[in-house]
Design a protein around this ligand. Structure first.
Ligand code: HEC
Length: 492
């Protein structure tokens, strides 16, 4: 197939909504528009004619795509060899170029032009990488010199953990779902961790392993996995090993198919005790629709070193609203707002926008004094639940009294492909066709000393007074000695 000939045809069909979108201003993130970002290779000092698969494209696919686009990886097609990739070249150009909008690949919808840009485990593509992909496809997707190919990735069982092989893998009971049948909700029991000492968890990654052969490519994610999502807790087992002792119980971040792993920043961490177990209390399983499937979840934990003690108290995300939501039919650019005043100094570890099918975007702002900082805006695609875990030195560090503001954007027009119905009003509720508006992220509370120490650390790393840290409004503020403040009475 000639890729050059295919491109205009594919572009015409796929880009039709953008071409017709004269009613929307360019790059309006509040609607489900899909206008691609294009970049010229020349602007990065690259001669487009020299861009090849083996030299330029394969490394990008390895890093950002093959976690899913490999045999058995969950995506509809493998993007490992040149022959596998080439027919998809125009679609790869398109899906990567929509970058932060619904449908973008890789699914990580961070808006690059605004807010904090440093995240852990960030698969997103740089402007230069997009320029390379676009130049490559425009040149007819040449293969290049096989000698330039990077070493292939390890797709063994151990090699496919996104964060590397875990220190401990706990497995859920094995479940079987018929090819076709009703969903199954409920408690699937207790599984011991086997730990003989307390350990603090640095990251947790959950994946499903099942008996669907790796070389069949079901067309949907729901056709490959039976566990849709699961909420669970852990705690110490009672003496007969039948139940968790209630006052040792703690809840863990949710598992949802397609959700990226949880990573706890230094000074944080969740405890798995000696003689603990996971209680898999709320699972939602569904039939694949085409095949009886037997599978289980694997919970992969990586630990902080032995003896590590977390310093900070965990607290949840910003919050939100799942109840009294009012979504109008057939209208783009609708907004939800939620404000919360921080009662403690807070470090935000992760931003996790949660909307339902109409959702297209969420922004997180910090309002401090007369300043309003946009910490981040991200696109939203209800086919993917993604969290954005801040890099160690970029996590917002906010003084108590800061007002956190989240804005959710929804689009209920036919521009939004996730929407089932453009005609009816919808309220809040649990199903995807009803609505939620929540930041499920993670944060920690800091004492005054911890807050000052953390800001001191940041200042040292920033170095220059002119280096600005969006998430740290007080980083450069003079430190007021407590005695002085007390002596000053109520003058402030
Ligand atoms: C986290 C898993 C994951 C990652 C990472 C990922 N993909 Fe995908 N990709 C999927 C899934 C699942 C689908 C099918 C559902 C959809 O279209 O959203 C898909 C769909 C696609 C499609 C459309 C296929 C079609 O049938 O039209 C293209 C093209 C694509 N991905 C390319 C890429 C590229 C290129 C990258 C890396 C830059 C990438 N993907 C990264 C999981 C992933």
């Amino acid at each position: 197939m000639n890729v050059r000939n295919l491109l205009p045809a594919v572009s015409l069909v796929l880009m039709a909504p953008a071409a017709l979108s004269a009613q929307y201003p360019a790059r309006d993130g509040t609607v489900a528009n899909i206008e691609p970002y294009s970049f010229a290779a020349e602007d990065f000092g690259i001669d487009p004619a020299t861009v090849t698969f083996t030299k330029d494209i394969a490394p990008i696919l390895q890093r950002s795509c093959q976690n899913c686009h490999r045999p058995g990886g969950g995506a509809p097609m493998s993007l490992v060899t040149y022959d596998e990739v080439r027919p998809w070249a125009p679609m790869i150009e398109y899906r990567t170029a929509i970058r932060d909008r619904m449908g973008a690949m890789p699914p990580f919808f961070l808006e690059k032009g605004i807010g904090i840009q440093e995240f852990k485990n960030d698969p997103s593509l740089s402007d230069e990488e997009l320029a390379k992909i676009q130049a490559w496809v425009d040149q007819g997707a040449p293969r290049g010199d096989p000698a330039d190919l990077p070493t292939p990735r390890d797709f063994s069982e151990e090699g496919t953990w996104t964060l590397g092989e875990p220190d401990l893998v706990v497995r859920s009971p094995v479940m079987t779902m018929p090819a076709v049948g009703p969903d199954r909700w409920g408690d699937i029991g207790i599984v011991p961790t086997g730990l003989t000492e307390d350990r603090y968890v640095q990251s947790v990654e959950i994946r499903e392993v099942n008996d669907i052969p790796a070389d069949v490519e079901p067309t949907t994610v729901g056709g490959r996995y039976i566990f849709h999502h699961m909420t669970y807790s852990s705690g110490v087992l009672n003496p007969d090993g039948t139940e968790i002792i209630e006052d040792t119980r703690q809840g863990w971040p949710i598992h949802e198919v397609g959700r990226n792993p949880d990573i706890f920043l230094n000074g944080v961490g969740m405890l798995l005790q000696a003689n603990s177990a996971l209680h898999l209390r709320a699972s939602h399983l569904h039939a694949t629709g085409w095949r009886e499937t037997t599978g289980q979840l694997e919970f992969g934990y990586r630990f902080f070193p032995k003896g590590y003690e977390p310093q900070y108290r965990r607290s949840g995300g910003t919050g939100g609203n799942g109840i009294d939501i009012d979504v109008k039919p057939n209208q783009a650019g609708q907004e939800f707002h939620m404000y919360r005043v921080l009662s403690d100094h807070t470090m935000i570890m992760a931003f996790e926008p949660h909307l339902h099918a109409p959702g297209v975007r969420m922004c997180l702002e910090a309002i401090w004094g007369i300043n309003r900082f946009t910490l981040n805006c991200v696109g939203y695609d209800h086919n993917w639940v993604k969290q954005y875990v801040y890099a160690e030195d970029a996590a917002p560090l906010l003084p108590k009294g800061t007002i956190l503001h989240i804005t959710g954007f929804v689009d209920t027009t036919s521009q939004n492909p996730n929407l089932a119905d453009t005609r009816n009003w919808a309220g809040g509720g649990r199903r995807s066709v009803s609505n939620m508006f929540i930041d499920l992220g993670q944060s920690v509370r800091l004492t005054e000393e911890q807050f000052q120490a953390k800001m001191e650390e940041r200042r040292t790393k920033l170095g220059d007074r002119n280096a600005y840290d969006i998430g740290c409004p007080l980083c450069w503020a003079p430190v007021i000695e407590m005695e002085d403040a007390a002596a000053g009475g109520d003058s402030q």
